[in-house]
Design a protein around this ligand. Sequence first.
Ligand SMILES: Cc1cc2nc3c(=O)[nH]c(=O)nc-3n(C[C@H](O)[C@H](O)[C@H](O)COP(=O)(O)O)c2cc1C
Length: 301
Amino acid sequence: MADLSVSFTGIELKNPVMLASGVWDLPYTELIDFEKLGGIVYKSISLSSREGNPPPRLTEIPCGVINSIGLANKGIENFNKEILPQLKDLGTEVFVSIFGESIEEFAELTSRITDVSGIEVNISCPNVKEGGLLFGADPDIAYNVTKAVCSNTDLPVIVKLTPEAVDIVKVALSVKEAGASAITASNTFQGLVIDIETHKPIFRRITGGVSGPAIRPLSLYKAYQITRAVDIPVIGSGGITDWMDALEYFFVGVSAIEVGSAIFNNPLAPIEIIDNINRYMDENEYKNILEMKGEVNEERC
Ligand SMILES: Cc1cc2nc3c(=O)[nH]c(=O)nc-3n(C[C@H](O)[C@H](O)[C@H](O)COP(=O)(O)O)c2cc1C
């Protein structure tokens, strides 16, 4: 039997398949067998509660979805008191995603997080205090956020990058330099949908984040660039719907993957991916994930 467990920079997972941030919440727990998952990343939490954007917040597009949730959440106090105890009962590794409107907010939020397997830092949000540019768009700002988070915790810090950065490799190198334990590559791509009745964008905030199979080759390429540039572990995210998509990510060298919007169509997708990776590894006599990953044949490029 293949060994699916992965272990990197203080993170230990029974298998490399995690549930991505924001695509699920506690009311839906009966749909997924959490104990079988490598881990879960809870949706992004801020210092205070946030209502998020007005509806509509999500719509289908060809091969995926576009969302404008606006990072709605009930804040860190509610997370620690109400949510975390329930997450801990799910029988899998719990990671929490955090975001702030300023570097100081990221730092304070981090200091209030304990008792999880790691923190995923969402830097795809605007730096409200400094003019609204995404933290993750600029290597220096991404460095400062990561440094602030790492200085305030002993937990593993995973920084989730935005594909909207002009040069995502520079951002990856910066967050590594600032002390990140791992990188998630990557978040949603910005997109636009127009309502042809009203001639206006369907979302009040105009753009939304595109996810699902539509972005897979784009996200996979980001992961490919990053695994070649940095020597810390990379977690692949973007458009993974089945085990073959997952293999593409492992072959470019990621250490784990996150499954996101695929669960909207098929809540069993993450578990089916785990079972099929297991079968594939057995059939191909891979003993562990390390043996299998990073197989891309550069000579063919
Ligand atoms: C409805 C929705 C909400 C999301 N919320 C968050 C979030 O709170 N924090 C975050 O870092 N990413 C969030 N994401 C991005 C996902 O975690 C994931 O990185 C992205 O959707 C790409 O993966 P996918 O194509 O498998 O969905 C959200 C995505 C969707 C569709």
